[in-house]
Structure formats: structure tokens, C-alpha cells
Design a protein around this ligand. Structure first.
Ligand SMILES: [Mg+2]
Length: 299
């Protein structure tokens, strides 16, 4: 199976300028660009936890596995370079699960110019697990960390939140283009994160890393139509997770410019401010401010 699969893979995967040596040797060789830092992220998805194979199928599972990694690169403000795909395949699989997984993720890889440069497959008695390591690059010192938010920075969010369980958690667009556009514009982004576990929880992670607090204006939280179709849409927007939108900390002046020009293909919304006072607070429609407990998916 392995040899035949590798042959199929090599035929199926286009060559790419950033990969000097791809699948087939003991290791891959990636070309490096002067003035760039290598950005590395890895994410493992498991049947029954991150997707249900019997319901969504292998293609969708493969796509999601790559998309979550691309989202992490976007959150760092990095350009995708290559990905390495490792599969733990259930022994019971008599079909071509591995091929379907790859067929599912290859269009996304092509779209974001991310080469598939290697990986591994194994068979075991457990359920399907997909581990992808994605390599990206960013100008040296220009990656966005979680730790750079400052009191007085605006909290900007791309897109809308909540209800991803209705299907968006499989089909979402990683915000790679938007991140790269902001980098090209030279936007002064102090900190960023992608919302995998919940808007309020991931925002609290920026706060923790940056030693600051945040005030969210609940009236400003963009609620996705997937959430408005369900009960408690605002709660869902704040805590559902798997939106894979970006939260950015930017100085007030930058925020003003970005909000006025809306340079991304998707809406940018200011949902609040970073503050010196630690902890999270929410501003209600009445103007009243009360504490906000971050919620979302805890691993
Ligand atoms: Mg992330």
C-alpha cells in the first residue's frame, strides 16, 4: 500500500519552487529565503473529536486538517510554504482513505501555494488520526505573536462568529490572504490569534500572553448567520469556536484606517479594546460593564 500510495502521491502533487526535494527521500529539502524566518506549526485531528469520518467523509476531514494549520500560519502573519501530512489509518479501512484525504486537502494546498513535501502513513487498531505540520515564512521579526497587545489597542476581528458546528468548521476559509494583505500593507499589528477554541477564550489568551485585559462591546460582536439560526446566538459567537477568524490587536489609529478602508475581502470589525486592567469585561447594550468569563473548547 505504502509504495503504491507514494507513487500516486508523487504523480498527483505538482512541483513547487520552494521545495528543492519533496516526497521520496529520507527527508525533504526546502529552499530558504534571505531575510525570512521559518514559521512552524502542527495540529493533530482525530476522528470522533475534530470530525466524524462516517458523517463528513475523508475528503472533508483532510481539508480541515490542512485548513486548521493554514489558519495558524495566518495567525502568525506567515505565508504558507509546505506541509507534511502524517496519517494513522484504521486497520479496518479497506478503501482508499489516504488517497481521499489527500484529494480533499490538495485543492486547498494549491490555492494557498502550500506544497505537500512529505509525511508518513501508518495503520493501527484505533480511529483515523491526521497530523499535519505546516511550514511558513515571514519577514524576520515581523510575525504576529500573542504577546504584543498593548492597553489602548483596538480588538479587531475578521468575519463573523458562532454556529460553526453547522458545517463551517469543515469548510471555513483560513484567513491566509487577509493576513498576507495586512503584512503587505505594513499594518501595525501588535498581536494576533486565530479563533479555534472560542472568541472569548482565544481573546483571553492574547490578554494572558500580553499581560493586559480586554473589554468586549457585546453589541459589536459579529454574529454569524449559522449562530442566529440557533438558540443564544451571542453566547455561541463568544464561545463556540472553530470559526478560524483572526483576532488582531492594533493601535487605535491603525484600527481607524483599517475600519474606514476595509482592505480585506471580508469585513473587519472592532469588538472592543485592550486595557491595562487584567481580566475580561463585557459591555452590555445598556452601557453597563460587567466581568466576562472566557469560554470555549478546553483541550
Ligand atoms: Mg491557533
Amino acid at each position: 500500500m505504502e509504495l503504491e500510495f507514494l507513487r500516486w502521491l508523487r504523480e498527483r502533487i505538482p512541483s513547487s519552487p520552494q521545495v528543492a526535494l519533496g516526497i521520496g527521500d529520507d527527508a525533504a529539502l526546502l529552499n530558504q529565503t534571505a531575510g525570512k524566518q521559518t514559521v512552524v506549526t502542527t495540529d493533530m485531528l482525530m476522528d470522533g473529536v475534530d470530525f466524524r469520518l462516517a458523517e463528513c467523509g475523508a475528503r472533508a476531514a483532510g481539508r480541515k486538517a490542512l485548513a486548521v494549520n493554514l489558519s495558524d500560519l495566518a495567525a502568525m502573519g506567515a505565508r504558507p510554504v509546505a506541509a507534511f501530512v502524517s496519517l494513522a489509518l484504521p486497520r479496518s479501512d479497506e478503501g482508499d482513505l489516504a488517497k481521499q484525504l489527500l484529494e480533499g486537502l490538495l485543492p486547498l494546498a494549491t490555492e494557498y501555494e502550500c506544497a505537500i513535501a512529505g509525511g508518513d502513513t501508518n495503520t493501527w487498531d484505533g480511529p483515523l488520526a491526521i497530523s499535519i505540520t505546516a511550514i511558513g515564512e515571514a519577514n524576520t521579526g515581523r510575525s504576529w505573536l500573542r504577546s504584543g497587545a498593548q492597553p489602548g489597542d483596538a480588538i479587531l476581528a475578521t468575519g463573523a462568529f458562532g454556529g460553526s458546528i453547522r458545517g463551517r468548521h469543515l469548510t471555513f476559509t483560513p484567513r491566509v490572504r487577509d493576513a498576507l494583505l495586512l503584512q503587505e500593507l505594513g499594518a501595525n499589528v501588535h498581536a494576533a490569534i486565530d479563533v479555534s477554541d472560542g472568541l472569548s477564550l482565544d481573546l483571553s489568551r492574547i490578554c494572558d500572553a500580553s499581560s493586559c485585559g480586554a473589554l468586549i462591546n457585546l453589541m459589536k460582536v459579529p454574529i454569524h448567520s449559522d449562530a442566529t439560526a440557533l438558540a443564544n446566538p451571542l453566547d455561541r459567537a463568544l464561545g463556540d469556536g472553530e470559526d478560524f477568524e483572526l483576532i488582531l490587536a492594533v493601535p487605535a489609529l491603525t484600527a481607524e484606517q483599517l475600519l474606514a478602508t476595509q482592505p480585506l475581502g471580508i469585513p473587519l470589525t472592532q469588538i472592543g479594546w485592550f486595557e491595562a486592567e487584567l481580566g475580561m469585561r463585557q459591555q452590555l447594550a445598556s452601557g453597563e460593564i460587567e466581568p466576562l468569563s472566557p469560554r470555549g473548547y478546553e483541550h
